[in-house]
Design a protein around this ligand. Sequence first.
Ligand code: IPM
Ligand code: MG
Length: 363
Amino acid sequence: MKKNILVIPGDGIGPEVTTWGKAVLEQIATSFDHEFSFDEALMGHAAIEATGNPLPDETLEKAKKSDAILFGAVGHAKYDNDPSLKVRPEQGLLKIRKELGLYANLRPIMLFDELLNASSIKASILKGTDILFFRELTGDVYFGDKVRSEDRNTASDLMIYHKYEIERIAHKAYEAAMQRGRKLCSVDKANVLESSRLWRETVQEIGKQYPEVETTHMFIDNAAMQLIKDPKQFDVVLTANLFGDILTDEASQIAGSMGMLASASVGDGTGFFEPIHGSAHDITGKDLANPLASILSVALMLEISFGLKEEAQLIISSIDRVLKEGFRTNDIADDSTSPYHVLGTEEMGKLVLKYITQKTYTN
Ligand code: IPM
Ligand code: MG
C-alpha cells in the first residue's frame, strides 16, 4: 500500500512522542511491504514563532493533500498565563479541525490489564472496561461567537449546534455501536441547555434507525460521576465538543494515564490522529514523556484510514508485551514497578519498535 503521511509534531512533548509514532509507521512499512512517504509541517507555538500564524497556509495545503495526518500537541506556558494574547497555538488545532471537516473525534478507552493498578480507581471497578467516545469536534462553544464587552467586564461564548452537525456524528456513533456492544449513551445537559435539547431530540430520532442499539441519555454531571463509579456500564458514549473534551480527560484515568490515550479525528476527508494529551511543558525535553499514546494513534490511523487491521493489531500486541514484561514510563509506573523497568521516552519507543520487528502477536 502506498500512502503519504503528514507529520505535525507541534509543541512541547509533541516532537518527542511523534518521533516514535513516525518510527513505528516506518517499521510497519518495512515489515509489511508498504510504501509510506512522509512530509512535515508546522502548527501551534512553533508555527507562530516561525511565521506569526498558528496554522500557516502551507500546513493546511499539505494536510489536504495527504492521506493521513499524525499530530503531536500544541500549547505553550507563555499563553496559558497570559489570556490577553490574541494569537494562540490552540487556534491552529481548532482551525485545522474545521478546515478538514473533522467532526467526529473517536477516543477509545482501551485498558491494558497490566495497568489496572496504575489508575487511582480500584482495579475491580475498572477491569473489563471498554469505552469508545464520540466527541463532536467542529461545533459548540468552541466555534460559536465570542464576545467581550467594550468595558471588558463581560464576556460570552455562544454554545451553538445545528441539527445536521448532530445527525452526522450520531450516525457515526451508532454505526460503531453496531460493531461493538450495541449500547449507546448520549451525554448532554438537556435539563438546562436548549442546544442540549436539540441534541437529545436529534439523537432520539437517529436512534430509531438503529433499533438493535440500546440508547440511553445521561446528563453530563451524572455521566462524570458514573464514569468513576461504574465505567463498565458504558459502550459507545456520544457527546458534544466541550463535554467530550472534559469527560475524556477524566476517562483517561481509567486507562491509567493521559499518556495512554490515542484519538482519531475523522470526517469526510483526511483523518487526523493524535494523543489526547497536551504539550506538557513541565516535562518537555526531559525524556519523560510517554510515547505510547502517539504509537496507539498510529494504530488507529492504520486501521481507520488505511484499513490495515493486522498491522494495527501488531502495534497493540507489541505494547501489550512491553507492559506484560513490566516496562513502564514514569506516568504509568506504580509502587510495584521495579526501578529498572522505568523507561524514558526513547527506551520505551525503541522497545516497542523491537517487538514490532519481531512480529510477536499476543491476544
Ligand atoms: C484536546 C485539547 C484541545 C481541545 C485544546 C488543545 C484546544 O484539549 O484535543 O482535547 O480542547 O479540543
Ligand atoms: Mg482536551
